[in-house]
Design a protein around this ligand. Structure first.
Ligand SMILES: [Mn+2]
Length: 336
């Protein structure tokens, strides 16, 4: 059931022990929102532990200087998860996204609540605070703290929330960057968020290897469609090995396809140890989560993901390019 902030406040006030979690391979918004929410709980004197399937990525370490995020292990955490009062799921809405934590969370008697901006939540949450038009989960946590208890805007909370706003809006470039988002950013900076700390850690720490990988990726990019509307990059196992990168290190590579003026939809394919995963981006009206659905994926209108597939990557690329062509053709017809 969907809830308003008042209901969330009642839930927090009425319970003591909380698990805070987010999706595997957390990004800036995931980390920002769990840290923000932790400080909200603390401001009410509640016990909260941030437990995550994935460890904190190195490049986001600056946002969690106290190492609040605990890397999940069954021995250390299952007991706590099963006896918690509430499990708070941030920046995802399907329990499969917590991977190894899925079973303990599902079987826990704790109330499960979700705070998120993705579409199509799973039917497992007692309460959901969602806004699919929000720029980020950090925007939602900001709203919650602002309404509920501004004492939770500690130095670390504002830094973390600012991080999520910046990363999920692609530095205030994406569609959902509303005047409200800019006002939030301004407010967070006034409350002590260090803007340059985010710039330095997120945008100025790439390695030479990563930069060269981007070079090869751009050179090998394929363009499809009569008007060159579709771009595809395929980062192969061989490329990852040569540049000493993991699939997660290709996060953000999609943007280079979208910088091309003719491109409306971009497809990134990254080889995994076995199989591959894919992410989709679009500009304007094209709704890529609709394209991702056929392959078991989902997400937002302009950014979607497809989890691990085992078909040969070349076949997948052929198929999805045809799907996208058809989709763009049909949406053109609808416009006329
Ligand atoms: Mn997000």
């Amino acid at each position: 059931m969907y809830m308003e902030i008042k209901k969330l406040e009642d839930i927090i006030k009425g319970h003591e022990r909380f698990v805070i979690t987010t999706h595997a391979n957390p990004d800036g918004d995931a980390i920002g929102s769990v840290i923000g929410f932790y400080h909200l709980l603390k401001s009410y004197g509640k016990e909260g532990r941030i437990i995550s399937h994935s460890p904190l990525p190195d490049y986001l370490r600056f946002a969690d200087p106290e190492t609040l995020l605990e890397w999940y292990s069954p021995e250390k955490h299952d007991e706590y998860i099963s006896h918690a009062d509430v499990v708070v799921c941030l920046d995802f809405n399907n329990l499969s996204r917590v991977h190894s934590m899925e079973q303990p969370v599902r079987t826990s008697l704790a109330m499960k609540i979700c705070i998120d901006h993705h579409q199509l939540p799973e039917d497992v949450f007692a309460w959901i605070y969602s806004d699919t038009l929000a720029s980020s989960t950090c925007e939602l946590v900001y709203r919650v703290i602002k309404t509920m208890n501004q004492a939770a805007f500690t130095q670390q909370a504002v830094q973390a929330l600012y991080l999520g706003l910046v990363t999920d809006t692609g530095s205030f470039r994406f569609d959902r960057t509303t005047p409200e988002v800019h006002r939030m950013a301004a407010d967070l900076i006034e409350r002590g968020a260090d803007m340059m700390l985010v710039t330095r850690n997120i945008y100025e720490t790439g390695t030479l290897g990563r930069m060269k990988a981007i070079g090869e990726m751009i050179t090998t990019m394929q363009i499809y469609g009569d008007k060159s509307e579709i771009a595809v990059i395929h980062i192969t196992r061989d490329m990852l090995n040569r540049y000493g990168m993991s699939p997660e290190d290709t996060e953000g590579f999609e943007q280079y396809m979208m910088m091309i003026n003719t491109v409306k939809v971009g497809v990134k394919v990254v080889d995994l140890k076995e199989g591959f995963k894919s992410s989709l981006r679009s500009k304007g009206a094209a709704e890529v989560h609709l394209i991702a659905q056929k392959f078991g994926g989902g997400g937002h209108k302009n950014a979607a993901g497809i989890p691990k597939l085992f078909t040969p990557a070349d076949e997948f690329i052929k198929e999805i390019v045809e799907d996208i062509k058809k989709y763009l053709e049909e949406s053109k017809r609808e416009e006329n």
